[in-house]
Design a protein around this ligand. Structure first.
Ligand SMILES: Nc1ncnc2c1ncn2[C@@H]1O[C@H](COP(=O)(O)OP(=O)(O)OP(=O)(O)O)[C@@H](O)[C@H]1O
Ligand SMILES: [Mg+2]
Length: 486
């Protein structure tokens, strides 16, 4: 039964763990069978808490025993065999082996403790070990590991240290390797950075030595099974209902929308939420590095880029995906993030019958988003004049929605700007709504309100022509849009 595990025995490890070692049974504290509970050493489960003096010791013993057993198992197990086993039989084998080691080591555990202990070891082998509980915790959206002894999580927009550590660099590295090998990637000194996706869809990035100086670095953006809808974003205060209603109407009326923002500012969330405004009759094509979008339309074709393989070959970049998407009769193309040479093809698509296409971009203001787009096109090395590029941008893009994570962790839409055309060589923009920060509260919270600039968007005509009602009183700049009703 454990032969599969015995292919990598090292001298001095628990090689002497054949089935049913009889010497274990002879030792005074070891249970003769798994069922026998050595109750005299460990307190009754129900009573443990009443003996505060003993609790910490038992806990520490168990912790160190778990780490010891885990490293023994790793010594014994041929990790490459793990893939060939289904979960149930792997779990059985781990249980048998753990029970044996517990006997050998004469650890004071009763049968049910051995079972839960073996479960924890199993999680350690197949799951993400110590961070598994963080992944289950729905209030956490990012997990950031800086070496084995420091794990941060983001909760409610703010970073906090999690009470979780790894045994050492090797322990963390083993878990990283397991994750990336599941998606056919590799991470080692010659390829020290890797992107992958966890089985639950979460985005995973790791960097190891020599790039990472103080131990392996891991960043996980958790996949939310229940993506935030526009209504929920409004209820969180990300934007007032009237701004949400305007964006919904504009996207519905095929205003080409770019969502701009910094890292983790909520761009993908916003893109996903706004996509709900797209008619179910349209054919959508999404292009992403790691599919995060969860569009609700029935007709969605999803594409993902592919990084190069270990020989550095076979890469499929976003640009190729965009070009291919245009041969697939899309009504709209939705690009997870525009960040390079594909910007030009995307602009062309937006200008040639794919109005209403959407993308996110890393930028700090709507104006900055335009500049970045220009730079991206320029980096593509195409022989296009600056003026032509600006002309393309001005005619392609309708709205730029700026997302931001504020100093207190709140994520908000801080600006909705409209691109109105060109004047001379300059792209013209007007802000329709903005977040006006008025001060800071006693606990450091950001105070402010959303306001209209007073300008009427050009796309309002398209919205009204489609028969969508929008109360134009919301464009009155004197109103506090969060509170006042027109
Ligand atoms: N308005 C909001 N209120 C609360 N949480 C939010 C809000 N918007 C986004 N989030 C959460 O913040 C996290 C980051 O959001 P998201 O992935 O959309 O950011 P991003 O800007 O696309 O990040 P990246 O630059 O890394 O791609 C997610 O877990 C998301 O659920
Ligand atoms: Mg994103």
């Amino acid at each position: 039964m454990i032969g599969r595990f015995s292919t990598q025995h090292k001298a001095g490890t628990v090689k002497a763990a054949p089935p049913a070692p009889s010497e274990g049974a002879a030792k005074p504290q070891a249970p003769a069978t798994q069922q026998a509970a050595p109750a005299k050493v460990l307190p009754e489960p129900g009573r443990r808490d009443k003996k505060p003096g003993k609790k910490p010791r038992a806990k520490n013993d168990l912790l160190s025993a778990k780490l010891r057993i885990h490293s023994k198992l790793i010594d014994e197990i041929d990790l490459s065999d793990l893939d060939q086993l289904d979960d149930a039989s792997l779990r059985r084998q781990v249980h048998a082996l753990v029970a044996e080691i517990v006997r050998e080591e004469r650890l004071a555990m009763n049968a049910s403790e051995v079972v839960s202990f073996a479960n924890a070891v199993f999680d350690e082998m197949t799951g993400l070990g110590p961070i598994e509980p963080l992944l289950q915790d729905e209030s956490i959206c990012d997990i950031l590991i800086n070496g084995p002894n420091q794990v941060y999580v983001e909760r409610g927009g703010e970073l906090e240290l999690a009470p979780v550590t790894f045994a050492d660099d090797d322990h963390l590295l083993r878990i990283i390797n397991r994750i990336v090998s599941q998606v056919g990637r590799r991470v080692d000194e010659s390829h020290p950075m890797v992107d992958a996706r966890l089985p639950d869809g979460s985005r995973f990035n790791a960097a190891i030595a020599p790039i990472a100086v103080d131990g392996p670095l891991v960043s996980i953006r958790k996949f939310s099974t229940k993506p935030l809808t526009i209504e929920r974003l409004v209820s969180f205060g990300a934007m007032p209902a009237c701004v949400a209603e305007f964006l919904h109407a504009a996207v519905h009326a095929r205003a080409t929308t770019v969502i701009s923002g910094g890292t983790g500012s909520g761009k993908t969330t916003l893109l996903n939420a706004l996509s709900a405004a797209i008619s179910h009759k349209e054919r959508l094509i999404t292009i992403e590095d790691a599919a995060e979008l969860q569009l609700q339309q029935p007709h969605v074709a999803r594409m993902e880029t592919r990084p190069p393989n270990v020989e550095g070959k076979g890469e499929i970049r976003q640009r190729e995906c965009v070009k291919n998407a245009l041969r697939m009769r899309p009504d709209r193309v939705i690009l997870g993030e525009v960040r390079g040479e594909e910007a030009f093809d995307m602009l062309q698509a937006m200008n040639t019958g794919h109005e209403g296409s959407m993308a996110t971009i890393h930028a700090n203001t709507p104006r900055d988003a335009i500049t970045r787009l220009e730079q991206m096109v320029a980096m593509g090395g195409l022989n296009v004049t600056e003026e032509a590029v600006r002309g393309q941008i001005a005619s392609a893009i309708g709205l730029i929605v700026q997302a931001s994570r504020l100093a207190d962790g709140q994520r908000k839409v801080v600006s909705v700007a409209e691109v109105t055309g060109m004047e001379g060589n300059v792209i013209q923009m007007q802000e329709i709504f903005y977040f006006d920060r008025t001060g800071t509260g006693p606990n450091g919270e950001v105070l402010g309100e959303h306001r209209a600039s007073g300008l009427r968007p050009k796309c309002l005509d398209d919205i009204l022509t489609l028969g969508t009602h929008y109360n134009t009183a919301w464009f009155d700049p004197t109103r506090d849009l969060n509170r006042e009703q027109p």
